[in-house]
Every structure is written in structure tokens, then in C-alpha cells.
Design a protein around this ligand. Structure first.
Ligand code: GLY
Length: 339
């Protein structure tokens, strides 16, 4: 039998995958890899893969990936998204790298790429988080253009529609036979997708992890309301020794359990990404109760250092995009707990 010193020596040579029936080659680590929330993740992954596939850094990949979604006018991320109840689009985003550097912006108006401002906060200030007019001032000083504060045509229409009743509650709707919440994707009248958040986590060819998360938050929210997405540990968490996780759905419930941090810590305890995401979803249901959990949607996705990936959600309807090769960028339906 191998003594411990010899075993450690073999490990340092990358030959640590040992079984008592003999040696076998070390398991392949699937890298690079990138995953992201909802159907829009396919396009975001493609942009991320442009970086990862050329040996680029995960941090650049997760920024450039979600910028595609921020720029698109057909989902609830970026300036084309639904406004708050007072008619203003306010954006939240955060980013985290392999060194536990992180940056975040929240309640940011009239800036097209909040994820890039979050990265500047991380790289150019001694702080983690800037909000509201201060975040906007910083963005402008950094050269980000101040966009006209006009709603997109779709958002204008949705807002006018919402104003008729001005209901302020999560609305569980039925879409294509699937039960979804107002914060989960639903096909709009114009055929576009209604998303709440894109979260993305990636591992590059060097084995380093990063993540990003960006959103306009809950449609028709109270002015000033923040969800989980700009909060490190809630909407996103990266630990380069273990893995990375991000969240989508009703942010208040993700914040209550420090969701993404919880998923990473569960992976540290030995769970694979899917098991860890499932446990975090179960924690939300335990805290909230089954009846109230049926009124909301939350989904988590995660990767670990082995390049394994997984996701889980409260109820049917959540999916995520997975990419690990030029010809491997596909959707996975999130497993769910409540039906
Ligand atoms: N998960 C996005 C939000 O609640 O704002």
C-alpha cells in the first residue's frame, strides 16, 4: 500500500486519482466551462466562449458574456427592461474574480453596462459597492455614456398596462402550461422573453473561476428596492478553491439565506453543484413555508473546480445554458422541488 508521503508526491504530480484496485488516470476536468441563467444565456455563453475558447480569463468572459444580455432589448436585463413603479429603469450588477476581488453597483440609472461599472468599482476603487447617483457619477467619470432615460417601446407598453391596476405583488402566471412567476421567464405578447436576471459563472483554461450577475430587478418594484443580484454572497459568490454560484428569481428570498454563498459552502462540504443548489432551494422553502414558496420562483446554478455543473429551482420553468466547447452550448431544464 502507498504510504502517505508517496501518495502526496503522486498528488503533486497530478497523479492523485488513486483507487485500491490500482491506478487510474486523473479524471478529466471539464474546462473551460461557462453556464448562465435562462434562454438568453445561450447568446451570453457564446460571447463568453469567444474569450474562454481562446484561453482568455474567466473574469473577461463573464463580463463580456452578460454584456450581450444587457445590450439586448428583449429581456428584463439592461436599459430595455421594465421600470420601477415610478417609471424609471434601475439596474443592479456585481462581479467577482478568482482572488475574491468583487465589485457591485445598484440602483444605477441610464448606464448601458452596469456589469462593466461594477468591474471598475472592483478594479479602481477601494470599495465593493456603489449605489444610485454616486454609482452613476462614478460611471460618467469613468467615461460611460449617460444614455437617454427613455423606456423601450416594450417597457413603455408594459408599464402603461401595469399602471391600470398598479398591483404590487408577485403574480404567478401560467405560460405554455407551465406555472411561472412574474420574475421567471414568460413569453411576452410580442414574442420576446421576460427574464429577471442573468447570472453567469465560468472556469477558464487555467482553472480559475469568476462570476457575474446583472438585472433590472423585479418589474414595477418600489423605487429604491434592491434584490439579491448586486449583493455578493446572495446573487453571486466565487471561491476559487471550491466553485462558483449565482441566483435568479425573487431576490428577497435569496438574500434571506445568503443563497450563492450557501451553495458554494455546501460544495465545500462535498456536495456536487446540483446537490448544493437543491439544498439551497430546500432552505428557502423551509424558511418561507411550502404555501408561500409556491408563489415565487428562485433558481440557483453552480460549477465546481472539477468542471461539474448543476442547477435547481423551486418550481418548474427555470432553465440554464451550459457551454464547454465550440459546438457544445445547450439548454438544461432546472430540476425543481414543488410541482
Ligand atoms: N433576482 C433579481 C431580483 O430579485 O432583483
Amino acid at each position: 500500500m502507498l504510504d502517505r508521503r508517496r501518495f502526496l508526491g503522486l498528488s503533486s504530480l497530478g497523479l492523485g486519482s488513486f483507487s485500491f484496485s490500482g491506478f487510474r488516470s486523473a479524471p478529466d476536468i471539464r474546462k473551460p466551462i461557462v453556464i448562465s441563467t435562462w434562454n438568453e444565456g445561450i447568446h451570453a455563453n457564446k460571447a463568453a466562449w469567444n474569450v474562454l475558447g481562446k484561453g482568455g480569463r474567466a473574469l473577461d468572459a463573464v463580463e463580456q458574456g452578460v454584456m450581450v444580455t444587457e445590450a439586448s432589448q428583449n429581456c428584463c436585463v439592461g436599459l430595455g427592461a421594465n421600470p420601477d413603479r415610478d417609471g424609471y429603469v434601475t439596474l443592479d450588477a456585481c462581479i467577482m474574480d478568482e482572488y475574491a476581488n468583487c465589485g457591485s453597483v445598484a440602483f444605477l440609472e441610464r448606464i448601458k453596462h452596469p456589469i462593466s461599472v461594477a468591474r471598475r468599482v472592483m478594479e479602481k476603487t477601494p470599495h465593493v459597492m456603489l449605489v444610485g447617483s454616486g454609482a452613476q457619477q462614478f460611471a460618467v467619470e469613468e467615461g460611460f455614456p449617460l444614455e437617454p432615460g427613455k423606456l423601450s417601446d416594450d417597457a413603455e407598453r408594459s408599464y402603461r398596462n401595469w399602471l391600470k391596476k398598479s398591483e404590487y405583488k408577485p403574480v404567478v402566471n401560467i405560460e405554455n402550461g407551465q406555472k411561472q412567476t412574474a420574475y421567471a421567464p414568460a413569453k411576452l405578447e410580442n414574442g420576446n422573453w421576460n427574464h429577471d436576471t442573468i447570472g453567469m459563472v465560468a472556469m477558464d483554461a487555467a482553472g480559475n473561476l469568476s462570476g457575474s450577475c446583472t438585472t433590472s430587478g423585479m418589474g414595477f418594484k418600489m423605487r429604491g428596492r434592491l434584490g439579491d443580484s448586486p449583493i455578493i454572497g446572495a446573487g453571486l459568490f466565487v471561491d476559487n478553491e471550491i466553485g462558483a454560484a449565482t441566483a435568479t428569481g425573487q431576490g428577497e428570498d435569496v438574500i434571506r439565506i445568503c443563497g450563492s454563498h450557501l451553495v458554494v459552502e455546501l460544495m465545500r462540504q462535498g456536495l456536487n453543484p446540483e446537490q448544493a443548489c437543491k439544498k439551497a432551494v430546500e432552505r428557502i422553502i423551509k424558511v418561507k413555508g411550502i404555501a408561500k414558496s409556491k408563489e415565487i420562483q428562485v433558481g440557483f446554478i453552480a460549477i465546481n473546480k472539477q468542471g461539474e455543473y448543476g442547477g435547481y429551482c423551486i418550481q418548474k420553468g427555470f432553465n440554464f445554458a451550459v457551454c464547454y466547447a465550440d459546438d457544445q452550448n445547450f439548454m438544461v431544464d432546472g430540476k425543481y422541488i414543488l410541482s
